[in-house]
Design a protein around this ligand. Structure first.
Ligand code: SAM
Length: 210
């Protein structure tokens, strides 16, 4: 399958709802973010191994999360779990040159690969940090949007604190089989709802699985 056909399918299934998400998915070359032996699968709608048991998320999950985040031009976004850097690159396209994505990855070699991939793809508005993303990234807080690409037992308190008023957080909660939870911060309190079941690798860290 090629990129255009994959995106057509994602639209038909209702995963892509807006022009900005469609354009961002069209603009980012997923083949630059997958290991060289898997390039033929870059436009198959499936997660792919990127090393150490970790995966680049399936394109439909990236589309679902980008839509649910209600991203806007110029926003400051925190991603927990950079993996290959692909999802961050798509979000960075949506928030544009005045926006920025800060992404924390706990595995150093994946963080290095993500930096290399983003450079190859010409994406400049993403900063990758190595660390435990369950603690957030306080130095750049607060964030307009926070999303987590691995499953946590519950929403880590530092992420709630680092979310801006009226900000949106998206996080898979549970074990490998989990629920995608969306929270909106109103008057300092997070109002959450369940967007449905999903499957993610675990968040490992202080407020994660151990
Ligand atoms: N967004 C990625 C992409 O586009 O390739 C996919 C991420 S993968 C599904 C989840 C990532 O979360 C893995 O790379 C894993 O190492 C990372 N991770 C797990 N626990 C973490 C933590 N506490 N802090 C930061 N990253 C973490």
């Amino acid at each position: 399958m090629d990129k255009e056909n994959l995106i057509k399918k994602l639209k038909q299934h209702g995963y892509i709802k807006t022009k900005k998400v469609e354009q961002a998915l069209l603009a980012v070359p997923r083949e630059l973010f997958v290991p060289s032996n898997l390039k033929n699968y870059a436009y198959v709608d499936t997660p792919l191994e990127i090393g150490d048991g970790q995966t680049i998320s399936a394109p439909h999950m990236v589309a679902i999360m980008c839509e649910a985040l209600e991203l806007k031009d110029g926003q400051k976004v925190l991603e927990v779990g950079a993996g290959s850097g692909y999802h961050a690159a798509v979000v960075a396209k949506i928030v544009g040159d005045k926006g920025h994505v800060y992404s924390v990855e706990r595995i150093p070699f994946l963080a290095e690969n993500a930096k290399t991939n983003l450079k190859k793809a010409g994406v400049k508005n993403v900063t990758i940090a190595v660390g435990d993303g369950s603690l957030g990234l306080p130095e750049y807080a607060p964030y307009d949007r926070i999303y987590v690409t691995c499953a946590a037992p519950d929403i880590p308190p530092p992420l709630k604190e680092q979310l801006e008023e009226d900000g949106v957080i998206l996080i898979p909660v549970g074990g490998t089989m989990c629920d995608l939870i969306k929270g909106v911060k109103k008057n300092g309190v997070l109002k959450t709802r369940n967007l449905g079941g999903c499957a993610f690798v675990p968040l490992i860290g202080k407020y994660g699985h151990r």
